[in-house]
Design a protein around this ligand. Structure first.
Ligand SMILES: *[C@@H]1O[C@H](CO)[C@@H](O)[C@H](O)[C@H]1NC(C)=O
Ligand SMILES: *[C@@H]1O[C@H](CO)[C@@H](O)[C@H](O)[C@H]1NC(C)=O
Length: 454
């Protein structure tokens, strides 16, 4: 019994000692060391006409920034590269089923892929290891903050959708040496990205699509993979921050129609509103790039509203001026002209009365002469005559004076109304302009929102 037990222990010990393997055993078997030139120096193919197939997968982790002013797009991506190293192969059965080993990155040859749009070196820490598997597939994974340039169209800002490309290709190896293949197609990449997406910030990620493209230069072809990120801006912040305030100020400007024109209160109000708008325009200047082939709709929006408000300010100035003219002439009239005119009128009237008296006198004389012949005197027209015929001529004079006074008074009232003519004009201009203003604003807003919506 003890002998059999001992044999059993020995047997299990022997078997288990046989099954212990380390990664180093595999590396030793492969002759892979830190300075083995076979693995590092050249493209790892046994036949040089054989291209290395590189499979690439890019997934969007986060949209860190989209800067319109500098036309920069900064996504955070997760890139996976896979290629075949024909020097590497082992039988997992010989090494306790080891199928994968991680090795430092600089021990092996890597495809020289780079991103064409990248304008700044990535400084984020790199993953120091790569995986090699028994069939020779090398897998390299990297997280990258890609600071890339992207031509943005801000025509519809802030209701815009941007498309930014990241083109990846080999720097020197042409299509006969390195072939690039996308590991996952567009829909899979989009779905993956949606699942792992951490932050999107202001942007809503819509789609990630991938396309292959052959770049020809000097009779040689380079294969590129172009990843296109499509994202839509969330406009809420800009609407609250910018579009609505301008609209509010415009409404205030429209409402100022109901403020009285008196003493330039309205003028002050309108100038204040215009200043407020120009402060908002400064914000816009911060956001938008100075060069853009198509005028951004928002710029049109601002400029037209600004111009309309300016026009309304000018109109107010005109109306205030007209009113001032009117009030000014009134005061003068009442101070100077009133008296002079009265005097002159009285003089003229005196003459008139003199003449009239004479004619009347003659009339009276005639009448008094033929009083007996005409028993019935005309009552309506010739009351004066009857009065005059009975009372002293002084009364007649007073009556005439009163009449003339009434006439001048009427004339003055008339002139007041006539002076009110410019006030009337002002009111008319005011009303006409208000109607024009409201119509233009409504039409313009309709057109602008239509443009944004299209
Ligand atoms: C590793 O090197 C040894 C001796 O230099 C050689 O016999 C062996 O075949 C090499 N192994 C491989 C996988 O090339
Ligand atoms: C690029 O060139 C390779 C090799 O000639 C070819 O197989 C591939 O289909 C080409 N790709 C495109 C997008 O034309």
């Amino acid at each position: 019994m003890p002998v059999a037990f001992c044999v059993l222990i020995f047997l299990t010990d022997w078997v288990s000692s046989q099954k212990v393997c380390s990664y180093q055993d595999v590396l030793d078997y492969l002759n892979l060391t830190t300075d083995s030139s076979v693995f590092k120096l050249t493209r790892p193919v046994l036949d040089h006409t054989h291209p290395t197939m590189v499979e690439l997968d890019i997934i969007l982790y986060a949209i860190l920034a989209v800067i319109e002013k500098t036309q920069t797009f900064i996504p955070f991506v997760w890139a996976t590269m896979m290629w075949n190293n024909e020097y590497i192969s082992w039988d997992p059965a010989q090494f306790c089923g080891i199928t994968q080993i991680s090795v430092p990155r600089d021990m092996l040859w890597k495809p020289d892929l780079f991103i064409y749009e990248m304008i700044q070196k990535d400084e984020s820490p790199q993953n120091p290891y790569m995986y090699i598997s028994y069939d020779g597939v090398v897998t390299s994974e990297e997280d990258m903050k890609v600071v890339s340039t992207c031509k943005m169209d801000v025509h519809k800002f802030p209701f815009d959708t941007q498309r930014c490309n990241i083109s990846i290709g080999s720097a020197i190896h042409c299509v006969d040496e390195i072939r690039l293949l996308p590991f996952s197609n567009s829909s899979r990449a989009t779905q993956f990205s949606r699942e792992v997406m951490k932050t999107q910030g202001e942007w809503e990620f819509l789609q990630l699509s991938v396309a292959s493209y052959n770049f020809t230069y000097d009779n040689k072809q380079w294969e590129h993979l172009i990843y296109t990120f499509t994202m839509k801006r969330r406009p809420l912040l800009h609407v609250i921050n910018f579009l609505l305030p301008i609209l509010f100020f415009l409404t205030l400007d429209l409402a100022s129609y109901f403020i009285s024109e008196h003493r330039g209160e309205k003028l002050g109000f309108k100038v204040t509103v215009l200043l407020a708008i120009s402060v908002l325009l400064l914000i816009l200047n911060d956001i938008l790039p100075s060069m853009s082939n198509k005028t951004p709709v928002i710029a049109t929006y601002c400029i037209v509203i600004f111009a309309l408000m300016l026009l309304s300010l000018l109109e107010t100035i005109l109306v205030t001026y007209l009113m001032e003219i009117d009030f000014g002439s009134h005061d003068k009239l009442e101070l100077k002209d009133n008296w002079e005119e009265k005097q002159e009128k009285v003089k003229i009237d005196d003459c008139n009365t003199e003449e009239k008296r004479r004619t009347c006198c003659s009339c009276i004389c005639k009448v008094s002469d033929g009083e007996r012949q005409h028993e019935v005197l005309p009552l309506g027209d010739e009351v004066n005559n009857t009065i005059q015929s009975r009372e002293s001529p002084v009364l007649l004079l007073i009556l005439e004076e009163l009449k003339e006074l009434q006439k001048t008074l009427d004339l003055h009232l008339g002139s007041r109304k006539e002076g009110g003519r410019s006030i009337q004009w002002a009111t008319r201009i005011n009303r006409g302009f208000f109607i024009f203003y409201v119509t233009t604003v409504l039409l313009f807003l309709f057109l602008i929102f239509n443009e944004w919506n299209s």
